[in-house]
Ligand binder design. Structure first.
Ligand code: ATP
Length: 210
């Protein structure tokens, strides 16, 4: 059986329980070998993050400290160019071509895939594991590329080398980093949406107006 590795990209500004619960559930359901969190430096499609790259990296590291099969990778933070997932995947594959990579993402992120840099080549390089996110519907009808790639079973991730889009049903978590940043700035208690270590870090470093 091939070794399936999860890649979880995002701004993680900050990492919250929605991220952690998604990674944990997908890891177990898809029998992944590891999950690698890859914070983005310069998100091509969005505003610059509030916390610095170093702070976001530290928050991810703190959050996954007790998860032996989770790693954090800073390759996007070291690049001077935008954080294109295609480039990241190619550099991971160049490092270890025996691994089969699965990009974990919410339905909100996958819906815009056809605007990503070299997205068709990306689909031809890896699998996608998509999870539901409260407030976001799965497009109806599905775009052609999604329909064509749609996996019927999780086992398809093992049966096929790449190009499968697998919906994995996990307990939905409504947390969003935007809402957390906004809540902190407004003095709302958002601590239950975050791992303790991340909340302590935000308070200690006075991030987001804390
Ligand atoms: P922001 O509100 O700043 O856009 P975010 O909460 O969406 O941030 P990101 O770091 O942008 O977090 O997300 C990285 C990935 O995690 C994306 O694929 C996104 O769909 C997914 N994700 C974020 N929050 C959740 C959640 N609550 N449940 C499932 N997936 C999530």
């Amino acid at each position: 059986m091939p070794c399936l590795h999860g890649i979880f990209g995002g701004t993680f500004d900050p990492l919250h329980n929605g991220h952690l619960e998604t990674a944990t559930a997908v890891f177990a359901q898809c029998a992944l070998e590891r999950v690698c969190f890859i914070p983005a430096a310069v998100p091509p499609h969005r505003d610059q993050p509030d916390a610095s790259a170093q702070q976001r990296l530290e928050m991810v590291s703190l959050a996954i400290a007790n998860y032996p099969r989770f790693d954090v990778d800073d390759r996007e933070l070291k690049r001077a160019t935008p954080s294109y997932t295609y480039d990241t995947v190619k550099s991971l594959q160049a490092q270890d071509s025996a691994r089969r990579y699965c990009l974990i993402l919410g339905v909100d992120a996958l819906s815009g895939l056809d605007r990503w840099h070299r997205w068709r080549e990306l689909l031809d390089s890896i699998h996608f594991i998509v999870v539901r996110r409260p407030g976001w519907e799965i497009p109806e009808p599905l775009p052609a590329w999604w329909r064509q790639g749609r996996a019927e079973f999780i086992a398809d991730l093992n049966r096929f080398e790449c190009g499968k889009i697998c919906l994995v049903e996990v307990e939905p978590n409504p947390a969003s980093a935007t809402e957390i940043r906004y809540g902190i700035a407004q003095g709302v208690d958002v601590s239950t949406m975050l791992p303790h270590s991340v909340w302590d870090y935000i308070c200690a470093n006075k991030l987001y107006g804390a």
